[in-house]
Design a protein around this ligand. Structure first.
Ligand code: ZN
Length: 289
């Protein structure tokens, strides 16, 4: 297992740019990252769109940043009237990921239609939402495979099932991988986020089932007790109850040598100065990951 405490050059630390989305635009974030010696980032689509794709590509290149992912595509469940819109949007997400040089596009699949895409006709049928996810992902994978962009399915904690993701466990995500890519040859894999899987009693055996080839990126933060916001109540590593090192040990036992991507969606951290957040993040990368 890698000794991150000794990684003074931050070779394996990635900043998911949503961690400091409250403090400025993507260009501001990249400047701050460079100041702190961070050389790997994972930007979000809305942040790229705010500054424009061309400017984002240039800033990443000029700053010699590598990417650990691009967040995010998916959000499949909708109604028949909005199906074409969803398919087009996901195709664009793949094109953007290619332009940015991302190693994978992270997929958050969506929940019930009315909370996933605006204007979609309401439904309470979560089984239908899951069927739509399988269909939408199949279509998306055809295009992604043809242009060589791996798709990283991120299972989300079940508390997000209505609004954000009806894909809730690693087992469920791997079942979908087996269904759509049984030969493990099409570039469909997993974004494993400790925040979403730490509670799962079968996570260790499912990590072993996943294997190195299906692990595309690894996200860290912490689970606060109590958790008071379903989306923006995440903690900095070391402030909560997740056994981050145990989970990292399990993925590194598979042979994973990629980034530890820090993704803290937090009203609390978004209110603090960006340098304080990044300093704390680096310290915790060394001591709590
Ligand atoms: Zn994540």
């Amino acid at each position: 297992m890698r000794n991150l405490a000794a990684d003074d050059e931050l070779r394996f630390l990635s900043l998911n740019t949503a961690t400091v989305r409250g403090q400025g635009d993507l260009l501001t974030i990249l400047d701050a990252a460079a100041r702190h010696g961070i050389s790997i980032v994972s930007p979000w689509r809305d942040q790229v769109q705010d500054v424009g794709l061309d400017r984002a590509v240039r800033a990443l290149r000029d700053g010699r940043f590598a990417l650990s992912g691009y967040c995010r595509g998916g959000l499949f469940p909708t109604d028949a009237d909005h199906r074409a819109e969803e398919r087009g949007d996901n195709r664009r997400a793949i094109d953007e990921a290619l332009a940015l040089g991302a190693p994978c596009l992270v997929i958050v699949v969506g929940g019930l239609p009315q909370y996933t895409r605006s204007d979609a006709a309401p439904s309470h049928d979560i089984a239908d939402a899951r069927a739509q996810v399988a269909d939408g992902l199949a279509a998306m994978l055809d295009y992604a495979e043809s242009v060589g962009m791996p798709l990283a399915l991120e299972p989300l904690h079940p508390m997000t099932a209505a609004e954000r993701s009806c894909l809730n466990t690693l087992r469920q995500a791997l079942d979908l991988c087996d269904q759509l890519d049984p030969q493990r040859s099409r570039g469909l894999g997993i974004a494993l986020d400790v925040y979403h899987v730490w509670w799962d009693f079968e996570v260790m055996e499912q990590i072993a089932r996943m294997g190195r080839d299906r692990l595309l990126t690894f996200h860290v933060c912490d689970w606060l007790v109590p958790t008071t916001n379903l989306l923006t109540g995440r903690g900095m590593m070391g402030d909560g109850v997740i056994e981050i090192r145990k989970l990292r040990g399990a993925v590194e036992a598979l042979g994973y040598e990629g980034a530890c991507e820090v993704e803290v969606l937090s009203d609390d951290w978004w209110r603090r100065p960006i340098d304080e957040v990044l300093e704390t993040m680096i310290e915790r990368y060394h001591t709590a990951c």
